[in-house]
Design a protein around this ligand. Structure first.
Ligand code: TRP
Length: 339
């Protein structure tokens, strides 16, 4: 093979640009991205094509949302000198790989995928889903494999989709020859963050989020009106932290203090208002540097420059991978005739 072996292990992960990122993204995936950016060569995909798997009728939102998601990634501390942030639709090799992979991934494997099933029911697509929606895990396998990535930091709900990428890599290698590493999924220490309503996970479509771009005041309001343990009417009633949304945030963001808070809640020696004030302070402190970085990156043209550079780097890697793929699949017709 004419292409030199890559030296450092790689990460590929990313987000659909459908709106601002929230604390669920932060604990599920963003923290790992930041922590690992020095150790791994990192590619962050802004998955605009994947957004169209549900929002194909609203492409006009993409330009704003692509910027927003890029800014969110930068604001948590990803260093644009170190990582490549790029736009999915501008890397044609991803589209090419999607077509090749779709020849050998069966419809049944996609139909039975737990993430696809859950998301289809959330969107009311059970009876009538598009080819692109059903196939988004195949396209996501191409997102991950176009740069021969080794590790994929994602929220827990995405692990079954990463499983399709692992299968795709194995199957491709078996059918055509060894081109792809089998990428591993990695989810954060807090696997799933409860939404402010306490009902489900934090999710934009459920409107129960604290966004990374929320102001201090907005976060204070959201936390102070969150539902806690309904059994606590007076502040010295004994509480049940295991069913309390605010306590789950204490565990996720204020681990050191959370044991003490748990004990005091059970005994009724800390009230919900005091507990909420404390978690507000903690979360606000985490988001303060995030807000500062956001301001720095909001300069006109800067996001575009970062995306342009990242997209160029991604296309270079995509080319290298496609050479290997074409050789393995016997579709390097013109190079072949010279050998
Ligand atoms: N499906 C992911 C989400 O909804 C976004 C995504 C697209 C992604 N391509 C990816 C994540 C590749 C990891 C790797 O959040």
């Amino acid at each position: 093979m004419s292409i030199e072996e890559k030296k450092r292990k790689r990460i590929l992960t990313g987000d659909r640009p459908t709106g601002p990122l929230h604390l669920g993204h932060y604990v599920g995936s963003l923290l790992n991205r930041v922590k690992l950016q020095k150790e791994y060569e990192t590619f962050i995909i802004v998955a605009d094509v994947q957004t169209l798997s549900t929002n194909f009728d609203h492409p006009e939102h993409l330009p704003v949302d692509v910027r927003q998601v890029t800014l969110d990634n930068l604001s948590v501390g990803l260093d644009p000198e170190m990582v490549n942030i790029f736009i999915q639709s501008m890397v044609p090799q991803i589209a090419e790989l999607t077509v090749f992979f779709s020849m050998f991934i069966t419809v049944n494997r996609l139909r039975h995928n737990p993430t696809i099933k859950t998301e289809a029911s959330q969107h009311g697509f059970e009876e009538n889903m598009t080819y692109g929606f059903l196939g988004y895990p195949v396209s996501q396998a191409a997102d991950i494999l176009f740069c021969r990535s080794d590790l994929v930091p994602v929220g827990e709900d995405q692990l079954p989709v990463v499983e399709v990428s692992r299968f795709t890599a194995r199957r491709f290698n078996e059918l055509y020859g060894n081109v792809f590493p089998e990428p591993e999924g990695l989810s954060g220490e807090t696997a799933r963050l409860v939404g402010l309503d306490g009902q489900a996970k934090m999710s934009k479509s459920l409107g129960n989020c604290i966004y990374l771009s929320d102001s201090s005041e907005a976060i204070r309001k959201k936390l102070m009106s969150a539902v806690t343990d309904p059994a606590r009417i007076h502040k010295d009633d004994p509480g049940h932290p295991e069913i309390c949304t605010i306590f789950s945030y204490q565990k996720a963001f204020n681990r050191d203090e959370s044991l003490d808070i748990e004990e005091r809640c059970r005994k009724g020696t800390i009230g919900c208002v005091a507990c909420k004030k404390r978690i507000f302070e903690v979360i606000d402190k985490i988001l303060e540097p995030v807000r500062e970085r956001r301001l720095k990156f909001e300069k006109p043209g800067l996001i575009e420059d970062i995306l342009r550079k990242g997209t160029e780097a991604a296309c270079i890697e995509g080319d290298k991978t496609m050479q290997l793929v074409r050789e393995a699949m016997h579709t390097d017709y013109f190079d072949r005739s010279n050998r």
